[in-house]
Design a protein around this ligand. Structure first.
Ligand SMILES: NC(=O)c1ccc[n+]([C@@H]2O[C@H](COP(=O)([O-])OP(=O)(O)OC[C@H]3O[C@@H](n4cnc5c(N)ncnc54)[C@H](OP(=O)(O)O)[C@@H]3O)[C@@H](O)[C@H]2O)c1
Length: 431
């Protein structure tokens, strides 16, 4: 059978991993694809750079867009990155030309995935993106194929390895956020500019894709409320642990009778939850299906080899002609579901305040809690010490709306005795 001919757009971490995997596992890949997967052309910015694979006898295209015009190319692996620019232009051109696109680019898919999928369907082309969510974890295929008979009610997970690494070091080693971020950068788990990871943007892109697959809704990134991990301190981990919780950056999407609840935020996760013990740069996703029940997938969410594993799996499906519709349903059938605003969502809450230790402060806090109808489950204040001023106060509330919590936080912050902006975190329920 004629080889399935592949082009690589991008030869960085992931592109290098894909090239290497195609070369080192060529035999097993050919056996599973039913034919040879042959790398025929590549493109990157700098031709003179040393690469992780042997590029002899592989065509070099100075412009990645030219890959979409080559008659000898069946599939293009887009691993350049970015929601706009060359990555978007290349995918649009290739799909319009009826070629297969396999991409790891969650920013592009979360922003333009609906249009790209429609373009693929209109032109008899294929769009695959297993690598875009949690790298090596086969979550896309699991949701789109293995769980296709279920109504999915909830999907949640640790979708960003950089954040999980930082939070683990803060929790286990008592590191401050900056120290843990610095370590993550030294170990290669965090970019020089960590914004997309630590402020939750990367996890939000992935959650938008998971929501679309789970609930058949259009991917709309802005409907997902967002909060990053910069404001956590080692004390929060100590207090959470005493309460029986771990703190994780959780991507959460749930279908409710009132609408779709979607958020990315640091949360207290019960130590009994499978997610609580997933540490370091590892990712995890939990899915609830009405037939299958709860299911948890855990594994490496990034890195050259794990991400290449997902990409090559997609290529094999394409070579066999077995890749399905990008979203599991025709793109035109994706629906709008009312998004619950952050204020409409309810939870138990953990609140940490740094207060001046003087008489009457707790009464001022209690007044606000009473006014906003926030019922207190636990209240703790650190013992007075000359060396520590202000002193931390922790409040755990019973279930209350995020709107009431937000009003209380604004009023706490306005008190003269409250010295730093209050921190409020959701407490996830025990299952
Ligand atoms: N890294 C991971 O573990 C991981 C995991 C899952 C998903 N992803 C996604 O995979 C994609 C690639 O990530 P990466 O970490 O491999 O990035 P990377 O190491 O920065 O590699 C990017 C590659 O794109 C090339 N490139 C940049 N601009 C280009 C242009 N205008 N034309 C042609 N090539 C261009 C670069 O060329 P030069 O080498 O010549 O500079 C480089 O080879 C992103 O969408 C990312 O979100 C990454």
């Amino acid at each position: 059978m004629k080889p399935f001919c592949v082009a690589l757009a991008g030869l960085g971490t992931v592109g290098g991993g894909v090239g290497q995997l195609l070369q080192t596992n060529a035999n097993v890949i050919a056996a599973r694809a039913g034919r040879e997967l042959k790398l025929v052309a590549v493109s990157a910015r700098d031709r003179s750079k040393a690469r992780a694979m042997d590029l002899d006898s592989i065509a070099w295209e100075p412009s990645a867009l030219a890959l979409a015009e080559r008659p000898d190319v069946d599939a293009i692996v887009e691993v350049i990155g970015g929601a706009e620019g060359i990555a978007r232009a290349l995918c649009e051109k290739a799909l319009a030309n009826g070629k297969t696109i396999v991409t790891a680019n969650k920013a592009l898919l979360a922003t333009h995935g609906e249009r790209l999928a429609q373009l693929a369907e209109d032109n008899g082309a294929t769009l695959c993106f297993e690598a875009a969510v949690c790298g090596g974890i086969p979550i896309i295929k699991t949701m789109r194929e293995a769980l296709a008979g279920n109504r999915i009610t909830r999907v949640q997970g640790l979708l960003n390895g950089t954040c999980n690494f930082i939070l683990t070091r803060m929790s286990h080693d008592g590191m401050a956020f900056d120290e843990a971020l610095d370590l993550a950068q030294k170990r290669g788990f965090a970019e020089a500019d960590p914004t997309a990871d630590v402020d939750g943007l990367d996890a939000r892109h992935k959650l938008a894709l998971l929501s679309t697959l789970a609930f058949g809704v259009r991917p709309i990134v802005d409907s997902i409320s967002l909060e990053g991990i910069r404001r956590l301190t080692p004390l929060d981990f100590e207090l959470a642990d005493n309460l029986g919780f771990s703190i994780k950056l959780l991507g959460f999407a749930q279908r409710t009778a009132q609408g779709l609840e979607q958020r990315v935020s640091p949360c207290l996760v019960p130590l009994s939850s499978p997610l609580a013990s997933v540490d370091d740069e590892v990712n995890a996703v939990e899915i609830d299906g009405d037939a299958v029940g709860p299911l948890t997938l855990i594994g490496r969410g990034a890195g050259a080899a794990a991400t290449a594993s997902a990409i090559v799996g997609d290529l094999i499906d394409c070579a066999r002609g077995m890749a399905g519709l990008p979203w599991g349903v025709p793109t035109k059938d994706l629906s709008e579901m009312k998004a619950l605003s952050a204020e409409e969502q309810k939870s138990r809450w953990y609140i940490r305040l740094d207060v001046q230790d003087r008489a009457g402060v707790l009464a001022e806090l209690a007044d606000i809690l009473r006014d906003e109808d926030l019922s207190v489950e636990t209240l703790w204040q650190q013992a007075r010490s000359a060396a520590q001023e202000p002193v931390p106060v922790m409040i755990v509330t019973h279930e209350a709306s995020a709107a009431a919590l937000a009003r209380a936080v604004v009023r706490f912050a306005a008190l003269g005795a409250v010295r730093t902006p209050p921190l409020a975190l959701r407490i996830e329920p025990e299952l």
